[in-house]
Design a protein around this ligand. Structure first.
Ligand SMILES: Cc1cc2nc3c(=O)[nH]c(=O)nc-3n(C[C@H](O)[C@H](O)[C@H](O)COP(=O)(O)OP(=O)(O)OC[C@H]3O[C@@H](n4cnc5c(N)ncnc54)[C@H](O)[C@@H]3O)c2cc1C
Length: 299
């Protein structure tokens, strides 16, 4: 292996966690740091979050996710960190080697320490096993957010949201502002999953009903979603509600496939950060913990 392919630290994932680990390590004196991000730009999930609510603790100001990402990118660019975007890590090998693909081809690099900051992924319809046909018009809420906020595409016009997680609540408001009609949010639990502030600002302010203890039994439709069949678990009563789109907002799972595929556990120079470690509510916490880990790795 070429000397130049060996780093003090490789960070996989250029969201807030990966950026913070890199900044923490570099500001504490670590010299050779490589940050790999699969997308063309840094920022991770923040790039699709155009709502306010980010950065009150870290920047002492309420920012949108995109503003937070832009501010933090300036900080990382002042540091001695080699940033490679459009670089997708597909394998971690034993002895701290990593293979990634980038526009120049496939590359193998190694490091004393590796931090996995690959974020989290959304639970899907398949994970919940909601019965029914398989029509078009079923999305996770985060995918719908990406479609609307990044690609300018509205996934549908008559929307039902399954699950009361924060991304679903935020998307209820976003879809409404874009002209869709959000017919209902159905939550199987007796309580809200997301933040109460999101229920007030995203549902109540727009007259969108939230039904607790309601279970979606079936998604109906041939080519496109036509309706959902729902049961009120308190009374046992069932009804159908017409819609052309169903969004799932039923939880997030740390993204650790790189470790699972390699059959490797964290430890011995392999670390997890941000949502890859556990799902965080606020980006301020992700940044604080990431910088701390980075400093520790430099020391
Ligand atoms: C919809 C939504 C709303 C939120 N609202 C708020 C809020 O109002 N206020 C707040 O403070 N926090 C909020 N959060 C929480 C906060 O933004 C996240 O917890 C934080 O952004 C997580 O950072 P991360 O770096 O761990 O993950 P991510 O931001 O997901 O970054 C992971 C990065 O890793 C990259 N990656 C993954 N796999 C690979 C690979 N194999 N190779 C290379 N790169 C890879 C991804 O492309 C991505 O850029 C919200 C989160 C979401 C999803």
């Amino acid at each position: 292996m070429l000397e130049s392919n060996h780093y003090d630290l490789i960070v996989i994932g250029g969201g807030p966690a990966g950026m913070a680990v890199s900044v923490g390590a570099s500001s504490a004196g670590l010299k050779k740091i490589l940050l790999l991000e699969r997308h063309p730009r840094l920022g991770g999930i923040l790039n699709q979050c155009i709502h306010l609510g980010f950065g009150l603790k870290y920047f002492k100001e309420e920012l949108t996710g995109t503003e937070y990402a832009a501010r933090y990118k300036k900080i990382i660019l002042e540091q001695n960190v080699e940033v490679k975007t459009s670089s997708f890590v597909h394998t971690i090998h034993p002895r701290h080697k990593v293979t990634f693909v980038c526009p120049q081809g496939e590359r193998v690099v190694s490091a004393e320490n590796i931090v996995i900051a690959t974020g989290c992924r959304e639970r899907t319809r398949e994970m919940l096993t909601v019965p029914g046909t398989r029509p078009a018009g079923v999305f996770t809420a985060g995918l719908a957010q990406e479609m609307v906020n990044i690609y300018g595409v509205l996934p549908g016009k008559e929307v039902v949201i399954i699950g009361s997680g924060d991304i679903g609540l935020i998307m209820a408001r976003r879809m409404t502002l874009e002209g869709a009609r959000v017919r209902a949010v159905f939550e199987i639990l007796p309580h809200l999953s997301g933040l109460i502030r999101n229920k007030i600002q995203c549902l109540d302010d727009f007259g969108i009903p939230l039904y607790l203890e309601h279970e979606v039994l079936e998604i109906m439709g041939k080519n496109r979603v036509e309706a959902v069949r729902v049961r009120d678990n308190r009374t046992g009563g069932e009804r159908e509600l017409s819609c052309d789109t169903v969004l799932f907002s039923v939880g997030l799972i740390p993204e650790r496939d790189l470790l699972i595929d390699a059959g490797i556990e964290p430890g011995n120079g392999l670390y997890l950060a941000g949502n890859a470690d556990y799902v965080h509510d606020t980006v301020d916490r992700v940044t604080k913990e990431g910088e701390k880990l980075g400093r520790a790795l430099a020391g």
